[in-house]
Design a protein around this ligand. Structure first.
Ligand code: PRP
Length: 222
């Protein structure tokens, strides 16, 4: 069922339930969405009247690409990983949620990934971001086998399942607590405002205005 905006209704926006959630809700509040109503019922996922839907971060691109939501807010890391990213417009860098995608390995003088490549020609990389990891490997002429994981990725490097991991780093605490070190920053990530292309074309003025307001609201968060 399509829930796209009508000429008089505000855009339906897809909100990620994760690290970005609090900042996203603060921005939506500042631009006139009823964030309090959404916060009051954290188990509900569709807030038709408030024009908000909440979901796992990795699902935001699909809802926007399919036009079920007109807009979405999601990390650049998720956009870079999604097969559907050619089907959305990226409208603005909202600058919050800054983190980086990095290669991490066990601490020590030798980088286990490069050591494995030298010794056997290929390194095993554990990650929730296989496309990002493969893109990095190709760009740096490294030969890797991906071990795709759903979470607790650090364990892969600590336990020896993988020679290294490609994962998000924010404070670096998770790496440190697992005896891992960051070897290479692969990409930086921040929250982005994305749009369904049809919604954008049909409601360009409204969406452009809202994008400006969201950029201002997100600048005030910094
Ligand atoms: C991310 C990432 C690391 C952690 C890094 O996980 O996978 O585990 O955050 O943060 P830090 O550098 O501040 O310690 P997230 O919290 O998104 O959970 P997930 O594994 O369920 O995706």
């Amino acid at each position: 069922m399509k829930r796209r905006m009508t000429d008089d209704g505000p855009p339906m926006i897809a909100v990620p339930k994760g690290a970005l959630y609090d900042d996203v809700m603060a921005c939506l509040d500042a631009v006139g969405y009823d964030a309090a109503a959404v916060r009051a019922n954290e188990r509900r996922q569709l807030f038709e009247q408030e024009r908000v839907m909440t979901m796992r971060p990795s699902d935001v691109v699909a809802y926007v690409a399919e036009g079920v939501a007109d807009l979405g807010i999601v990390g650049k890391d998720v956009i870079a990983e999604s097969l559907l990213s050619p089907n959305i417009y990226e409208l603005a860098d909202l600058r919050f949620g800054r983190c980086r995608m990095s290669l991490a390995t066990l601490a020590g003088n030798d980088n286990p990934v490069d050591l494995a490549i030298r010794e056997t020609g290929v390194a095993r990389i554990g990650t929730k971001y296989p496309r990002t990891a493969l893109r990095w490997a190709e760009a740096t002429s490294r030969s890797i086998d991906i071990i795709e994981l759903k979470g607790s990725v650090e364990l892969a490097a600590v336990s020896g399942l993988a020679h290294g991991i490609v994962d998000l780093v924010d404070t670096g605490n998770t790496l440190r607590e697992n005896g891992l070190v960051e070897r290479t920053e692969i990409a930086a990530s921040t929250a982005r405002l994305i749009a369904n292309p049809v919604s954008y074309i049909q409601h360009a003025d409204t969406i452009a205005r809202l994008a400006d307001q969201l950029e201002q609201a997100s600048a005030a968060l910094a």
